[in-house]
Design a protein around this ligand. Structure first.
Ligand code: ACM
Ligand code: ZN
Length: 752
């Protein structure tokens, strides 16, 4: 229905009206039913806001006046009265239409004469008020606008959300976010009809919430020493928390606190090491990743401590749910702890996974007795799910599917679509827009357990000043996925509205990031034709793509990309996007190595991991090199095992050099091989090792690095080339994943 309206929207759009470009009606998230009528309601200084005597609705009347006042300079009168429609009024009223509207739905009726906003509940009115804001010119969000014409197109809207849970996780553990910044996010969520702030308050790198009974949690646990020796940290006092929760309530946003257990608890253990297995001591860590020191599950005092903490948390957060984490809890310490082992014995548990389940169930029982429900990450399925737990699925949708099939409620936030800490080159706007929280595997009955979804703003690489650029514009896609009817949703039509919405975000002071990577160079090796064809695509609309193959920077006059390029020799393709003749975004570079190994079969003693298969069998010899990102689809990963592969060149060739490129990204447990041995053979039976290149890259590099292991051989002849890269096997002792299986990542083996 909305799509058809685009035409009529143009028909009724006002010519020369400043501030409205393109479609006059452009609401995100898209309303379920919207009918555009002719004419406008003209807002002026005499417009009155009429409200019933109900306190929370009256407050909304004042909030609406406050929203409108900075830009319009009107101080609209809010009048309590219940009379019929009067001219030049905006009337907020509560009706009783629970079937069609639910708690958050609303009906908005704008005519030339008046505006009527109706809902079952104040929350629905609040959501409808956000629609009114988006029906006004974007300048209504700009306090210093010169615009003085405030017209609202005549519409009839009936709207309600698809899902009751529409959230954002904000990780204030890795980076502390100021109180006003959090309020600003509450406003931004509210403006986009989201309803949940999932506030991640405790981490290995910082404990952020004041607990009166355990002052060291914030005296010690809120502060870490950075690699450069400086102190970093901060925390919210209980007064701060109350202020934020009250602010969120006034914006009809639920705040769900997350108090992580049993893992991600190093900051708490630095303050109170007696609740660990080893007794410590520990430091609040500045290393990202998964840490092995976790709460001791065998010590009853640990539970008393957590119960005391949760008791104070409950008093601060009035909502039904407490998130208790439950993710990424290594079992190493429990395996070696006498108390934990005694617990396993006494409780008749089979292993440490069941001990984790025991831990979560015990905490759940405590919270249930206080009238609260728990939410945990999908790892809480392992070893048996706590009876009333809601599961937040993050490692894909599988955990959510399993939980829903078991009859548990589910929140979907898979890394594939909902991790906004990932770069847009991995998860772009279109990708988020394709998210469907209801997987095909669920029956309609099971699907009712999917409460909705969340986008997760983890902040290892996002201090406060970078959060906007990661959250926006992707939040626009997330809210539409969670609010709007999926039938007939279309990315291109959505993007029309996103373009209009950028003006609003500008006025709201949102420093949004890009929609997508501006340029995608997509090389493809086709084994059948033995050709490397390179396609280049723009990531956004309205961009022209230009490229060079001579190493020079692409300019607006460089060759325009029209059809896939057949690359016949070693080439560096540089491509850039241009908008209105000006360069847009960074230049993308793809090196294609044409070499003797292209498309030649590799026999391997160990297989690559299916998760990091890259382009499969030929990935190491397809001429297409991986970038600095291990997730770019070019890198082939080998976990725990060596890469030991023999490439058959088909016939004896004169060889000059062999290079094998590896990547290290130790945050992701990927290390350089310890050494790479190069061997040659003419018959495939007898190999002579001609060189072993030793690794010289420290395993401790904090950024990702690349290294070419290589050898030269002055025209020596061979048919078979063997490359043997030794995996270190496990992460080193100092590493958060110490003892866990380490990776080597390979791409490409270049034979000349
Ligand atoms: C998570 O990303 N560890 C929930
Ligand atoms: Zn223990």
């Amino acid at each position: 229905m909305f799509k058809k309206l685009i035409f009529s929207i143009f028909l009724f759009s006002t010519n020369g009206f400043s501030g409205v470009k393109g479609n006059e009606v452009s609401i995100i998230p898209k309303p379920n039913q919207l009918e555009l009528k002719s004419g406008h309601f003209k807002l002026n200084a005499n417009t009155k806001i009429l409200v019933p005597s109900q306190k929370d609705v009256k407050e909304l009347g004042h909030l609406l006046a406050d929203y409108l006042s900075p830009a319009t300079e009107f101080n609209l009168n809010v009048i309590t009265e219940n009379k019929d429609i009067q001219p030049n009024t905006i009337r907020l009223s509560i009706i009783s239409n629970p079937d069609t509207l639910g708690k958050e739905g609303y009906i908005l009726h704008v005519t030339k004469k008046s505006i009527q906003l109706k809902a079952n509940h104040a929350t629905g009115l609040f959501r409808g008020i956000q629609t009114i804001r988006q029906l006004l010119p974007a300048e209504v969000e700009n306090p210093s606008t010169k615009n003085k014409k405030w017209r609202i197109p005549s519409v009839e809207i009936v709207d309600k959300p698809r899902f009751p849970w529409r959230g954002m996780l904000l990780d204030c553990g890795r980076h502390f976010m100021e109180k006003d910044f959090i309020k600003r996010y509450i406003d931004l969520l509210a403006y986009h009809k989201m309803n949940t702030l999932h506030w991640h308050l405790t981490e290995d790198q910082g404990w952020r919430i004041e607990i009166k009974k355990y002052p060291k949690l914030t005296e010690i646990g809120a502060w870490r020493t950075q690699p450069d020796g400086s102190k970093y940290g901060g925390f919210y006092t209980q007064e701060d928390v109350k202020e934020i929760v009250a602010y969120a309530q006034s914006r009809h946003i639920n705040v769900i606190p997350e108090i992580e257990l049993p893992g991600h608890s190093v900051a708490a253990l630095a303050a109170y090491p007696e609740y660990s297995c080893t007794g410590g001591p520990f430091e609040v860590t500045s290393l990202w990743g998964v840490h092995k020191d976790v709460y001791c599950a065998g010590n009853d005092n640990t539970f008393s401590f957590l119960e005391d903490v949760l008791t104070e948390v409950i008093d601060l957060f009035p909502g039904k749910y407490i998130h208790i984490g439950g993710d990424e809890c290594p079992k190493d310490r429990w395996k070696e702890c006498e108390k934990c082992q005694a617990r396993i014995e006494a409780e008749g548990l089979t292993d440490e996974h069941e001990l984790q389940s025991y831990f979560i169930k015990r905490v759940e029982k405590f919270l249930n007795a206080k009238g609260r429900q728990i939410i945990g990450w999908d790892e809480i399925l392992e070893g048996g799910l706590a009876p009333g737990a809601t599961v937040q699925s993050w490692r894909g949708m599988e955990g959510g599917i399993e939980a829903a099939k078991l009859g548990h409620d589910v929140i979907m936030s898979p890394t594939s679509h909902a991790y906004f800490d990932y770069d847009v080159s991995t998860t772009d706007l279109r990708q988020v827009y394709t998210f469907d929280p209801i997987p095909k595997e669920l029956t309609p009955e099971e699907a009712k357990h999917v409460l909705g979804g969340e986008c997760n703003m983890w902040t290892e690489r996002a201090p406060q000043e970078l959060v906007d650029s990661k959250m926006f514009p992707r939040l626009l896609a997330m809210t539409e996925v969670l609010w709007s009817n999926p039938d007939g949703r279309d990315y291109e039509e959505f993007y029309d509205r996103v373009e209009v919405h950028f003006d609003r975000l500008d006025y709201l002071g949102v420093t949004y990031g890009s929609v997508s990577r501006p340029i995608f160079i997509r090389p493809n090796y086709d084994a059948e034709s033995n050709k490397i064809m390179v396609n280049i695509e723009a990531g956004e609309r309205g961009l022209s793509v230009r490229y060079t193959t001579d190493g020079s920077e692409p300019e607006s006059r460089s060759k325009k990309f029209k059809k896939p390029i057949d690359v016949k020799k070693t080439t560096s393709i540089k491509a850039a996007a241009f908008k209105n003749g000006r360069k847009y975004g960074e230049t993308a570079i793809q090196n294609i190595d044409h070499h003797l190994g292209i498309g030649r079969p590799i026999s391997r003693t160990n297989s690559y991991a299916s998760k990091y298969a890259a382009r499969g069998e030929f990935a190491p010899v397809d001429g297409i090199r991986g970038s600095i990102s291990f997730r770019d689809g070019a890198w082939q990963g080998y976990q725990y095992v060596d890469f030991n592969g023999t490439i058959d060149l088909g016939s004896e060739k004169e060889l000059q050099s062999i290079e094998a490129r590896f990547l290290q990204d130790n945050n992701s447990w990927i290390f350089m091989p310890q050494s790479v041995a190069f061997s040659l053979s003419t018959d495939g039976q007898y190999f002579e090792t001609i060189h072993i290149d030793q690794n010289d890259v420290s395993p401790k590099t904090t950024e990702a690095v690349l290294k070419d292991f290589k050898t030269t051989m002055n025209g020596r002849r061979a048919r078979y080339v063997k490359v043997h890269a030794k995996n270190r096997g496990v992460c080193p002792d100092w590493h958060p994943g110490a003892g866990g299986k380490s990776w080597i990542f390979l791409d490409e083996i270049t034979i000349n």
